[in-house]
Design a binder for this molecule. Sequence first.
Ligand SMILES: [Zn+2]
Length: 554
Amino acid sequence: MIGIINGEVYDPQNGINGEVRDIWIEDGKIVSGENVDRAGAEVIDAAGLVVMPGGVDIHSHIVGAKVNAGRKFRPEDHRDHVRSRTALPSPLEGGLRGVTRSGSGYTVPSTFLTGYGYAEMGYTTVMEAATAPLVARHTHEELEDTPMVDKGAFITMGNNHFIMKCIRDGQREKARDYVAWLLGATKGYAIKIVNPGGVENWKWGRNVGELEDEVIGFGVTPRQIVTTLAWINDELGLPHLPHIHGINLGQPGNARTTVETIEALDGRRAHFCHLQFLSYGGEPGKGIRSGAAELARAVNEHPNVTVDVGQVIFGEATTMTSDGPLQYRLHKLSGNKWINDDVEGETGGGVVPMQYKRNNPVNAIQWLIGLELFLLIDDPWRVFLTTDHPNAGPFFCYPQVIKLLMDRNYRAEMLEGIHRRAQKGSLLPDLDREYSLYEIAIISRAGTARALGLQNKGHLGVGADADVTIYRKLDDKEAMFAKPYLVLKDGQVVVRDGQIVREHQGRTFYVAPPYDPGIEGDLRAHFEECYTISFDNYPVAPEYLTRSEVIPCA
Ligand SMILES: [Zn+2]
């Protein structure tokens, strides 16, 4: 039994806003304070400290084939960013190491460093935002090697041949059964859609630009792909929403098609990721303007939609996405090296290093758009903190974003330092809003856990997983959130003063919705005809996941 007593608790899921409360923990879970044996408990005095649930990241690229491609392809990201192994005070037990592992990498850290980095920032759950089904096994191997956090992976389906054939043939129930099978087979957590139809068209050197454009060889449209997958998501009762990276990402004028995509859902629930990259005004082929006001209005008017921001951080980044045509454009624009990849019959992908500069007008406008979205979207339960790690910046810069949201003087100071042309016409000087600690707890844990459908995460009520972060209360919010006083994972102290003190192996969450087994005959034939690997060799065996939890569907 552990008690965290006298802390200033921020637990928005349970409506607790900075009140002094005691939190009791037993067997890795939060338990009721009634009838606890206080005499026998280990007590952590949190007087004067801020207590929140552990952070929950809804969208980050941390593992798998494309992340690893980014690591291999950027030695310059690793050479000067090395972390040595350290001895841990806790003894070796149950297969856990008595040392932390060494590693390297800044924007694309190795698996161990990723887990440590999140935990040292007070985050205890992280979702890998995009995995091609065919390479899901690689994703799970790396998730196994990402310590400290609970995790899961979203499965890319927006350019999947089998799904597009079903849509073409008017067989959406068959597509539904396939999606259910695919999630179980890949041990995936959610449906991910990336540039629907555009990644397939890129295989022919083309893209899509409108929701009505045709996918070459299938005769279906981005609109049909998005609406069908949103319908399937509801039919299967998946815990999360369809997770959408829309068409025209990064293109001037994409605010219009992003709003059209929100409207195309016709009230069905969905999550739009890294909205900053999809909120550009202006016209195609010309310079970008902020479309944040337009997008914030659309989000405010559509309660069925949640978003994460993908806030740009000035400095080094590595862009990595299934959106092949986008990566080609970035490579051409930046002159930076690039990799492009095809994942047979399923998706594609690319990696391009990126540097976001204050004195670059485009980068400065991207930075502004992210902050404008945070400040113009009214409901913190529907806008979440991300940097689309490592696309818009590394995850360990979240504390800097928190400071920007909580401290308008810091924002004004930063605004002074960016390119003059970006400053002109910016909405930022008029946005006085400052996020409270309660709202920060929503956008970084309570809201994300709710959108993910993780009922035991993001709160400190009875029955929740005992993932707790305790911060010192500092005026400098970046310093406060960068280095928690204590982090508990499943009821054990794993970080003290921002340093790992205990290694912990988290669980992998996945879903396994039921489906009509009759579909397996069709699938076997599809694999025989189209895939380079056999149907029986495709699913990720349960033995791949040493600690896992199946999250139930509704
Ligand atoms: Zn992403």
